[in-house]
Design a protein around this ligand. Sequence first.
Ligand code: ADP
Ligand code: MG
Length: 482
Amino acid sequence: MSYTIQGATGPWEVVVGLEVHAQVISRSKLFSGAATAFGAEPNSQVSFIDAGFPGMLPVINRECVAQAVRTGLGLKAQINLWSRFDRKNYFYADLPQGYQISQYAHPIVGRGSVEIELSDGSRKTIGIARLHLEQDAGKSLHDQHPTKSFIDLNRSGVALMEIVSEPDMRSPEEAGAYLAKLRQILRYLGTCDGNMDEGSMRADVNVSVRRPGEGFRTRCEVKNVNSVKFVMQAVEAEARRQIEVWESGGEVEQETRLFDVARGITRSMRSKEDAHDYRYFPDPDLPPLVLDPAWVEELKASLPELPDERRARYIAMGLSAYDAHVLTLERETAAYFEEVAQGRDPKLAANWVTGELFAALNRMKRDITDPPVSARHLGELLDLIADETISGKIAKDVFEIMLETGEAPRAIVESRGLKQVKDSSAIEAAAAQVLAAHADKVAEYRAGKEKLFGFFVGQVMKAMQGKGNPALVNEVLRKLLG
Ligand code: ADP
Ligand code: MG
């Protein structure tokens, strides 16, 4: 069932394409040696190049190029061995050079694809049109002084990847799933931290609407949307606005808009008539970027396992599609799970991580990177279950004590005497007492009320503080009652 929005005159389809700016993880900037750390003192990470001093020569940062290539490979995309940097000319206070260096006509990465998963379990492939490298601009600060604006150039010259999708998405959900998946892939690759609240990743959302079966209509671009949720809201708000324009006999004009988060609507920022003429031309300070195919092969060989492949591997290990999905959402979660599962039953490990551990993280508002129980300790707990030192039920109690005290599971079991009792004479003694105390129920059982068996098991377990070996308790009771 494809997604449509019902207008006054019938259903409308939504068409979405995203242009995502992703800040490259690298110690220094795209063309200078200045640092890139977030949150530094304003203007403390600015070289003469980033400040646009005349006569400075940019030199390309090899690591930024490697990151773009890795990202291209992760997006199953064409790597262009020859690419070029152009100058995009415009004036703005946060752009001291008077132009941005960007790959315009010849990007480093060409066509690729991203597979998304939707809530109904279906999968869809979204085309990538291109990825190019460019410089970020500085930042204007308007809230520091009543009459003055300040400029912070720390971000000036930081490497960005602009990742442009094909107009392949057809609903707010697909647009959100695409952005989330792209972010996941970049984080797995280690090429962008994906921190959208810090501005490391932001999306320009292109939206148009059409009658089902029609060709594309004019689109509008909603600039700088900074969360998955806001992308979904912006798509829906902008689509509804356009439907109203078309249905009232008007025509959607191509323009750049902004999403007003508080009011949930988009507002016009500039129309196509105000569109800049950027006077692009090849940057004369930079030679074309030519890549050695052997170097690209090396980068490919050293690529980490990506989320789709990891998910498939977990399913092949016997995990459910759901467990495989949630365990691979974050690379750190997958790493934790793998340490727990190493040499153990993967399904048992998955149950404990997605069950007890996730619940504890939620409850304690902790992150998997700072877990209240280490993967090593959780693994040891599973060993105690596997070798029948404790039952699964007691293991949950031990886990709670681990959360509180940070102690190792074996030490907890020893010091608190939680070891499972496998001695049948001890179990027989406990069972005999229980049966003697419930002679009436024993009589009922023997008269045919067989479901009382569970009651006896429960009573014996209770008498033994949950430490009786369940199989033995069953066996003993069957013998005594039989
Ligand atoms: P331009 O060169 O003008 O920036 P592009 O063809 O590069 O235009 O497209 C920019 C973005 O707009 C891409 O993400 C693309 O998927 C998206 N896009 C293009 N046409 C449409 C449309 N009719 N509706 C929605 N999105 C579109
Ligand atoms: Mg564009």
